[in-house]
Design a protein around this ligand. Structure first.
Ligand SMILES: Cc1cc2nc3c(=O)[nH]c(=O)nc-3n(C[C@H](O)[C@H](O)[C@H](O)COP(=O)(O)O)c2cc1C
Length: 362
């Protein structure tokens, strides 16, 4: 109530990117103060065995994770368990540092409970990110994924190797890796969302992971879960091919989905045409049903051979339940957290327990 009635209207008056940086810096500064961290986490983090979930090799205390894009520069990693998330995905990170698209590049569309995102993969690059992770994240209370994307401006023939370099810089430091082949906000994204590119990339990653003796870090071979993040605009024919490739190249699963790029849907939106004219991908409410359908489709085709992290338009426990009913093993969110505020994850987890009890489910 306090957030929605007082804090959010104040925050939403200011430029969205400035507020994003302001909030994440505050979260970064407060979450490293240990007494403060433990006090808030005690209240916001729900640890109830009924919410525990196994996702590949990961043991999650609850199925609600922070989606990639909120913390691209490893600014506030400890804030996410403090706020109640069961896991968090950092990044997306590219091999070379890059500034992203010119500002402004983030807009709110409250009438459609969404955001228009045109960041264009701004981040500090894989080596600097690795340095920050080593420095800040020795102690971890939840599993952290690292999302990898491709450096902007490369030739097609250089793209897969760019992912592989970031993969090798970050693999040891992540609890899981997500290969983001779906960002709609950079030049040539049509290339890396193509099935032929996904195939080339997965082949190379599989070779690195399954090479004899490798990848070896600090003297031992380590195995991490690897996910592939897809967009919602892909045809079902291409989606089937990507599902089959993920199985063939032994990926743990799929993160479904990234932002909507296809603007032919926009006629269903309530926001003014002027607002919707901004470039970029759209998050939030309008992704909800589309991603639920995609999750259902992946589950039907893959059976239990792939894990699914469902993302898109989650605001309430009912939305989480709908994604899990469609076949997701866990979920992630950003927009619902930005609109809902700091108590959102606690509320969702509490209500999830209620849903499980009502429906007599485990
Ligand atoms: C501000 C913002 C930045 C994002 N940046 C990334 C990113 O760098 N990598 C990525 O895979 N997804 C990114 N996304 C997409 C989200 O991870 C998520 O897939 C999408 O927003 C749908 O979830 P939501 O409706 O809960 O926001 C971003 C989303 C937002 C809102």
């Amino acid at each position: 109530m306090l957030y929605k009635k007082i804090i959010r209207p104040i925050l939403f008056k200011t430029d969205p990117e400035k507020i994003h940086h302001f909030v994440i810096n505050i979260l970064g500064a407060t979450s490293v103060l240990r007494p403060f961290y433990f006090l808030i986490k005690k209240f916001l983090f729900i640890d109830d065995p009924r919410l525990h979930v196994k996702l590949g090799n990961l043991e999650l205390k609850n199925p609600v994770g922070l989606s990639a894009g909120f913390d691209k520069d490893i600014t506030a990693p400890h804030a996410y368990p403090m706020l109640g998330f069961g896991f968090a995905e950092l990044g997306s990170i590219t091999n070379s540092a890059q500034p992203g698209n010119p500002k402004p590049r983030l807009w709110r569309i409250p009438e459609d409970k969404g955001l228009i995102v045109y960041y264009g993969l701004s981040n500090s690059g894989s080596l600097e990110s690795a340095r920050r992770i080593k420095k800040k994240m020795q102690k971890r209370d939840i599993p952290y994924g690292i999302s990898i994307a491709v450096t902007t401006g490369l030739k097609e023939s250089e793209m897969a190797d760019d992912y592989v370099r970031s993969f090798l810089d970050l693999y040891e430091l992540a609890d899981y890796i997500t290969l983001n082949v779906s960002c709609p906000n950079v030049a040539k994204c049509d290339v890396f969302a193509q099935v032929s590119f996904v195939e080339e990339l997965l082949k190379k990653i599989n070779k690195v992971v399954s090479a004899q003796g490798g990848p070896v870090f600090s003297g031992k071979k380590i195995t991490k879960d690897i996910f592939v993040k897809i967009g919602p605009d892909m045809s079902y024919e291409d989606l089937d091919k990507v599902i089959d490739l993920c199985i063939e190249y032994k990926m743990t699963g799929i993160v479904a989905t990234n932002l909507i790029k296809n603007r032919s849907w926009v006629n269903k939106f309530k926001s003014s045409k002027e607002k919707l004219d901004h470039p970029g991908g759209i998050s939030g409410k309008h992704l909800q049903q589309r991603t639920n359908n995609i999750i259902k489709h992946i589950r039907e085709r893959a059976g239990d051979r792939l894990k699914i992290i469902g993302v898109g338009g989650i605001f309430t426990a009912k939305d989480v339940y709908a994604k899990m009913k469609a076949g997701a093993d866990a979920v992630q969110m950003i927009t619902g957290f930005i609109y809902g505020g700091p108590f959102t994850i606690r509320k969702i987890n509490k209500e999830l327990i209620g849903i499980l009890e009502d429906k007599k489910l485990k």
